[in-house]
Design a protein around this ligand. Structure first.
Ligand code: HAX
Length: 441
């Protein structure tokens, strides 16, 4: 058994026993009250699932196994001479709860290289799709096409015992993650660079090799990719990509089907596609105003027009966060450190000054602050990646780390099929009428 799998097995067994004991003794303890606003309103804040790999605080932002983003940047192993955390390290941390050593991470980079062979038919599937197919559609199709390789599906068909589900899910998870950079880079080069593909460099870590296959070999872009792929990886379990992966996974669909479901959710403009929408919005504004350096007054006027047209300001607001997103701050810090002068980045920073008071003045927006997507596009543009429709694929490649690490946990803890209760509006009216009868009577 490989070293990561062995540690995971040991840790998961402990938590399995703990959770069974908790459920036996305290299973009927209420943890939440649900009100009608939440039933109609996208279940905001309802505590109804377990997610081991990270937890989101509305004010502090995300913590991966208890560590904030600044802490993660500090404690996770780096590439030799590098300053940014390696995503391999975050995956190890999310899966085991332990901060990995340099050796652990080196092993994981090598293991993912070893598993990274993408089946030929996946490339054939991509080649058979129209060249202008959105990159997220291509990503979803490519992931589903690799399902033919699922260890879980094969072993399930052979009659695998429930106690082995975690093992087969671990194998699928490692294989999918190992292959994703190759698949994503293939989509990028096929769609935007005339199918001029770049072979992987097996001497590189997961993020740097991805940057290399994309065709951007600036060492600072490799650093950006390592940071980017780390900070986008997980945001607790209730967000749409995580929850979709979890829901589909709960039917014992394998890692391929489950991740593809998560990617389809990420492709929505209120979620991951917002990173494409932000940069489109900024460039459109510059175009309309005829300047690359719009003033704060010009930004304000343009933002108000967007709102008057009944649209949202992309990159601002969040369903849980109530402060500026630490993932936004991490990207701003990166820009301050690595990028001396950039019009587009200055505009992103000006937006940070201008947009929150406008959203606050609407009186209904619960979080007027920037989210992760407000900054990422400007960094990519700076390094020459101007194909906006590819941006969500980068997000998805990272998000796979968190949602699949959790899928391993969900299997190890024996989570059942997810099946919440729905009601009709007629039921709600009847329910309220009965409540009134009780009060009056
Ligand atoms: N611009 C304009 N209006 C906004 C807004 C924004 N950025 N953010 C919220 N609002 C509006 C909502 O549309 C809603 O209006 P209605 O009552 O008229 O429907 C009202 O303010 C209350 O919304 P909320 O409770 O503050 O926010 P929600 O939890 O419903 O939605 C969203 C959270 C992220 C979807 C929302 O803030 C939004 O649409 N933001 C812009 C899109 C975006 O940046 N999405 C990425 C989010 C981060 C992420 O998941 N990345 O992957």
């Amino acid at each position: 058994m490989d070293p990561l799998k062995a540690i995971f097995k040991e840790k998961a067994l402990i938590v399995f026993k703990e959770t069974r004991a908790i459920l036996k003794e305290k299973g009927e303890t209420p943890v939440d009250n649900v009100v009608l606003r939440q039933v109609f309103g996208g279940m905001r804040g309802v505590k109804s699932m377990i997610w081991e790999t990270s937890q989101l605080d509305p004010n502090e932002g995300i913590r991966f196994r208890g560590y904030s983003i600044p802490e993660i940047k500090d404690i996770l192993p780096k590439a030799p001479g590098g300053k940014e955390p390696l995503p391999e390290g975050l995956f190890w941390l999310m899966l085991t709860g332990d901060v990995p050593t340099d050796e652990n991470v080196k092993w994981l980079s090598g293991e993912w290289q070893r598993r990274s062979n993408v089946p030929k038919h996946t490339f054939d599937v991509l080649e058979n799709m129209p060249a202008d197919t959105h990159p997220m559609t291509q990503l979803s199709m490519a992931i589903v096409s690799m399902q033919t390789e699922s260890v879980f599906a094969r072993r399930y068909a052979e009659g695998m015992s429930k106690t082995e589900y975690w093992d087969a899910t671990y194998e699928d998870t490692m294989n999918v993650i190992a292959r994703l950079p190759r698949v994503a880079a293939y989509i990028y080069r096929r769609t935007f660079h005339n199918g001029n593909h770049i072979e992987p460099d097996i001497s590189l870590d997961w993020g740097a090799n991805f940057a290399h296959m994309l065709g951007i070999d600036d060492p600072d872009f490799r650093s950006l990719m390592r940071l980017y792929l780390t900070i986008h990886a997980d945001h607790e379990g209730g967000n749409a990509s995580a929850h979709s992966t979890h829901l589909v996974g709960s039917t014992l669909s394998d890692s391929y089907y489950s991740l593809a479901a998560g990617m389809n959710a990420l492709a929505g403009p209120l979620h991951g596609l917002a990173n494409q929408e932000v940069i489109k919005w900024i460039f459109k504004m510059c175009d309309v105003l005829g300047t690359k350096t719009p003033s704060k007054a010009q930004i304000q006027e343009y933002a108000n027009k967007t709102l008057d047209a009944g649209k949202v300001i992309p990159g601002y607001g969040h369903a849980v966060l109530r402060e500026p997103d630490p993932r936004f701050i991490a990207q701003r810090t990166f820009a301050e450190e690595y990028i001396k002068d950039s019009d587009i980045i200055k505009t992103v920073w000006n937006l940070f000054d201008v947009i929150p008071p406008i959203l606050q003045s609407l009186g209904k927006v619960k979080n007027p602050w920037p989210n992760v997507d407000a900054h990422s596009g400007a960094l990519l543009v700076h390094y020459g990646m101007t194909e906006f429709s590819f941006y969500t694929v980068l997000f998805g490649t990272s998000r796979a780390l968190g949602v699949l690490a959790q899928l391993c946990w969900s299997r190890a803890l024996g989570f059942p099929l997810e099946r919440p209760k729905s009601v009709t509006t007629a039921w709600v009216k009847e329910f309220l009428a009965k409540q009134e009868e009780v009060v009056e009577g």
